[in-house]
Design a protein around this ligand. Structure first.
Ligand SMILES: *Cc1c(COP(=O)(O)O)cnc(C)c1O
Length: 440
């Protein structure tokens, strides 16, 4: 990791090194907020988002057959947008600063976290490829295949993934439902209950001593030895990224149903917890295609693991690890405990992201408690990382400078602040109680 001369002596660099919360806004954000348009030299655009949406639609009947909880949405994996007036006031955001809403991915069905869209999409894409190869189906006919045929056809194939927990949950659950073999390589910091939940579904769980990066490498190596095994690469997968991006059109419909318009006079600020950056990056990519320059995305990282911020700051183009500057990646936010960002997601976001802020572990628990007592919302610690976003943007020096720079200071009363809560549905009661008490 190389800070440049100006950065090295700056307060920002010092605060990052000493684990103080920071808010950095992106001086390289283009005026139209346009994201990068390549992934590993492959051009990417709204056709890719649409292809992922179409894939989910093709499988909607199959998904309903596997997961009865999807009956109400006819196979769509969706989360609500929630008005949270009591939380807004608790967070100290006056109405003159805009309206705070929550995008409730903490309650996403099937996987219980933001990983549902990305993980399920990638496994569906792999499954679809094998089904077409086996002459079991045509693209148009995928939705008419019986679950039995699908499971029979896919039985000889495997998927593998390295994960701190939630990605493994998502991949393991969908893979085993489709009849695929599944192996999840988990880091030492993954929670016990997540491993148990997977094993109960017949997923093979391999535990690794090292951190998340080590688990991913071990998974990659093991999968490479088996031609029938597909490795889900959290740091490099375009299929995951595009699966996440499908949240954008869902959000457009929901905001419009709530009578909320987004335009030059009514900006949308979105705050997303960030690990490797694939989930928030994919969502931000989708949002930029839906809302253009009027959406501004900010990522939230633990003070111990600000890997995405380091990569954005690093001008040498290397993809630094948080260990390089003496941080330890030790955080209770297991969904965000990632030492190195996805280089591809960073490159897509470089010209489009609004900024990044960091959050201390204590604040995660405080926010978890606040969500429960103000709105009855039950989230896991990682999922609350973004709660401080609206306050940073509307009440800090860098935030006010960002608003002035983008010409939005006067539009604040008409702004929407969307906090993305990213996980929690399946956290066991006793663990949740311990989080809640710590927050109290
Ligand atoms: C994985 C995860 C994130 C972040 O996703 P990345 O793709 O790693 O950036 C955020 N919150 C929760 C709960 C997660 O599990």
């Amino acid at each position: 990791m190389k800070f440049n001369d100006k950065q090295r002596d700056s307060e920002l660099a010092e605060n990052i090194r000493t684990r103080k919360p920071v808010f950095w806004t992106n001086p390289a954000r283009s005026e139209d907020g346009r994201m990068g348009s390549t992934w590993d030299d492959r051009p990417i655009g709204c056709e890719d988002v649409r292809a992922a949406e179409d894939r989910f639609r093709r499988f909607s009947r199959v998904l309903t057959d596997m997961f009865p909880e999807l009956r109400d949405t006819r196979g769509a994996i969706e989360s609500a947008v929630l008005p949270v007036p009591a939380l807004q006031s608790h967070l100290g955001i006056p109405l003159e600063s805009g309206r705070v809403l929550i995008k409730a991915d903490h309650a996403l069905p099937v996987a219980g976290s933001i990983k549902a869209r990305g993980g399920i999409h990638e496994v569906l894409e792999f499954a679809e490829k094998q089904l077409l190869k086996s002459s079991a189906g045509t693209l148009a006919g995928i939705g008419d295949l019986s679950l039995e045929t699908i499971r029979e056809t896919l039985g000889k194939y495997q998927v593998a993934v390295g994960s701190t927990g939630n990605l493994g949950l998502s991949i393991g659950v969908i893979a085993s439902a489709l009849g695929l073999g599944a192996t999840v390589h988990m880091s030492a910091d993954a929670k016990r209950w997540k491993k148990d939940r997977l094993r109960k579904r017949g997923v093979q769980v391999v535990e690794h001593e090292g951190d998340y990066g080590a688990a991913v490498e071990a998974g990659r190596t093991a999968a490479a030895a088996d031609p029938n095994c597909h490795f889900v690469d959290d740091e490099g997968s375009l299929s995951l990224f595009m699966g996440y991006s499908t949240a954008a059109s869902e959000l457009r419909t929901q905001l419009s149903e709530l009578g909320i318009q987004i335009d030059a006079d009514h900006p949308l600020f979105v705050y997303l917890p960030c690990g490797v950056g694939g989930a928030p990056g994919g969502i931000a990519f989708g949002l930029s295609h839906v809302f253009g320059p009027h959406v501004h995305c900010f990522f939230a990282e633990p003070t111990a693991s600000p890997c995405f911020l380091l990569s954005l700051l690093d001008e040498s183009g290397s993809n630094p690890s948080v260990y390089d500057i003496g941080l330890d990646n030790a955080t209770e936010a297991d969904g965000l405990a990632v030492p190195r960002a996805s280089a591809r997601a960073v490159e897509v976001m470089r010209s489009g992201i609004g900024g990044v802020f960091t959050v201390e572990d204590e604040a995660l628990f405080k926010n978890l408690h606040a969500a429960a007592i103000t709105q009855g919302i039950r989230v896991e610690p990682s999922a609350t990382a973004a709660f401080e976003g609206p306050l940073w943007l509307t009440s800090s020096g860098p935030g006010n400078a960002y608003l002035a720079r983008t010409g939005l200071t006067g539009s604040l009363p008409k702004a929407t602040h969307l906090i993305w809560t990213t996980g929690g549905l399946f956290v066991p009661e006793n663990e949740y109680q311990a989080f809640f008490e710590r927050g109290a």
